[in-house]
Design a binder for this molecule. Sequence first.
Ligand SMILES: Cc1cc2nc3c(=O)[nH]c(=O)nc-3n(C[C@H](O)[C@H](O)[C@H](O)COP(=O)(O)OP(=O)(O)OC[C@H]3O[C@@H](n4cnc5c(N)ncnc54)[C@H](O)[C@@H]3O)c2cc1C
Length: 96
Amino acid sequence: MSGDLPRIVVIGGGFAGLYAVRGLRSAPVHVTLIDRHNHHLFAPLLYQVATGALAPAEIAQPLRALLRRQANMQILLGKTIDLAPANQRVRLEDGS
Ligand SMILES: Cc1cc2nc3c(=O)[nH]c(=O)nc-3n(C[C@H](O)[C@H](O)[C@H](O)COP(=O)(O)OP(=O)(O)OC[C@H]3O[C@@H](n4cnc5c(N)ncnc54)[C@H](O)[C@@H]3O)c2cc1C
């Protein structure tokens, strides 16, 4: 699918990561989004969950659902523990 395309790694599916990935949806690249959680958290509404006005599921959406229409990307679940930009390597907590 993405053999010869430039590969871009985005770490974190928060606001910044989501917008970065979406901004690349038509670009001739393959994007890998890595997050330690499988969901995007809409942090500004956290206090409404804390006060019982909203259920947790109302402010946390699965990353795969949010990005399901984007073909040029994959999502990896994992905590990033090291970066080596010179070697183009990202190391995850699970050793991958
Ligand atoms: C209670 C609260 C209310 C807020 N209200 C507002 C508001 O009203 N208006 C406003 O503009 N801003 C508000 N903010 C701030 C706003 O939420 C942040 O500015 C915004 O979320 C930052 O986006 P981000 O993508 O940089 O980080 P985040 O949204 O925090 O996303 C970071 C992502 O990276 C992932 N991640 C982190 N470390 C790793 C790792 N080592 N490996 C893999 N994944 C990792 C996390 O799981 C997360 O998904 C609020 C924040 C809070 C907590």
